[in-house]
Write a protein that binds this ligand. Structure first.
Ligand SMILES: Nc1ncnc2c1ncn2[C@@H]1O[C@H](COP(=O)(O)OP(=O)(O)OP(=O)(O)O)[C@@H](O)[C@H]1O
Ligand SMILES: [Mg+2]
Length: 399
């Protein structure tokens, strides 16, 4: 009985007693119908599967009532990762309650599903996210790619849901690191559609490439950069019509094919960047927080200065075009507390801003660099590395 008491204490503490770091593998069985329902609901609520199971088990352990038995006939093997220590405690509880581990897990998953009902929110408006900051090398591309990958992963079992990454930087880093060639000078591309739509004979959806990787199941696509994208700012300067809407107009037809669009912006505050900021504004038909900007920053002084300039540009554009740009938050990237005082105090300053909030702190770790080197999406290169979990955390936080 002591374990039951301890479970209730955990619930009373309203927090997980398990450290957030290390995890250990749970290998058992789960009926196919429950497994499917769990995957679908977790994706819908953009909750990590392992976190959903963890929450379910903690809630199950905190129950003082005997829960109804779940039909586990035909259960199939099921594995996930739990915080260290939880699996042993759970097994001890199963023994205490006189149920098999399979029955215990089935009850825990059923409990999580009951406590996390279908929210019924299907977004009609395509979510438009941009990863932007004119400071170079802060992680715009890493964040754009990682967030797109995390969305595509979460859309497993959500029939037809798709994510589009757009490489909007003439440097073509995003295309390059996903191993997809850029368009050559003179080839049709997003630039043709923006600057000379009368010459754009190939629709943009025919220029899109599927990002390979079983994990993404064909749900993650990329519109590659083009070599002549460096002409964009010059071309926009002589653009006839409302140039700030050039990107929006070019993407209009493509949007209907996607549920989420993530744009990797160039390190500049030029006219192309204005177009991206305008594109991510909250449209009249759209609920607040559906679209907006993610701002990767570093924990250092030069990053703070660049951030101030970006905010000025957002304010100016918002006034000029009477628009609202939702700022999802900051992503503190390449954080290394061993760099000392500047790093730690800068991080505190970012966190003390409050608005926009800090969505996650990504450490300076090898996985991101290695994924780039091997031209493999980070979440496929090492799905369980800390940086992959950071990307999923961003997606969870932005709902
Ligand atoms: N958390 C991290 N840990 C280690 N390396 C990282 C991390 N994030 C990004 N990098 C590496 O730092 C470099 C710059 O990152 P990235 O290209 O994402 O920045 P960026 O802001 O898009 O740069 P640019 O301004 O040139 O477009 C890349 O080599 C990338 O692999
Ligand atoms: Mg970049």
């Amino acid at each position: 009985m002591h374990i039951w008491k301890r479970s209730r204490q955990y619930a009373a503490a309203m927090a997980s007693p398990y450290p957030a770091g290390d995890r250990e593998k749970l290998t058992t069985k789960l009926p196919a119908s429950l497994r499917h329902a769990l995957k679908v609901r977790a994706a819908q609520l953009t909750v990590d599967l392992q976190d959903a199971v963890t929450e379910g088990i903690i809630a199950w352990r905190a129950q003082s009532e005997v829960l109804p038995a779940v039909d586990t006939s035909g259960a199939e093997s099921f594995g996930t990762w739990l915080p260290e220590g939880l699996y042993d405690d759970f097994k001890a509880d199963c023994v205490d309650r006189g149920v098999s581990y399979i029955q215990g897990l089935a009850q825990a998953v059923q409990l999580w599903l009951t406590q996390h009902p279908d929210n019924g929110t299907e977004e009609d408006e395509t979510r438009r996210l941009i990863s932007g900051n004119q400071k170079g090398g802060v992680g715009k591309t890493a964040v754009a790619a990682g967030v797109g990958e995390a969305f595509a992963e979460a859309f497993e079992d959500r029939a037809g849901k798709k994510v589009l990454l757009i490489d909007f930087d003439p440097q073509g880093h995003l295309s390059d690191q996903l191993g997809i060639p850029m368009f050559d000078i003179g080839q049709q591309s997003l630039v043709t559609h923006m600057l000379t739509p009368e010459r754009a004979t190939t629709p943009l959806h025919e220029l899109v490439q599927v990002v390979p990787g079983e994990r993404f199941g064909g749900r993650l696509h990329l519109l590659p950069a083009s070599m002549d994208a460096f002409l964009l700012d010059g071309g926009l300067a002589v653009y006839r019509g409302p140039r700030v809407a050039a990107l929006e107009v070019a993407l209009r037809d493509l949007e209907q094919h996607y549920d989420v669009i993530v744009i990797d912006c160039p390190p500049s505050l030029g006219l192309a960047m204005d177009c991206a900021l305008y594109y991510a504004r909250t449209r009249e038909s759209e609920k607040d927080g559906n679209s907006g900007i993610l701002i990767p920053v570093e924990a250092e002084d030069s990053s703070a200065k660049a951030y101030g300039m970006l905010q000025q540009q957002i304010t100016q554009l918002s006034q000029d075009w009477k628009m609202t740009l939702h700022q999802f938050g900051l992503v503190i990237n390449k954080y290394d507390s061993r760099k000392g005082l500047v790093a730690t105090t800068s991080k505190e300053k970012w966190e003390s801003l409050g608005t926009p909030p800090v969505l996650t702190v990504i450490k300076d770790l090898r996985f991101q660099r290695e994924a780039v080197r091997f031209k493999t999406p980070l979440l496929a290169y090492d799905p369980e590395c800390e940086q992959s979990h950071n990307m999923r955390e961003i997606v969870r936080k932005i709902g």
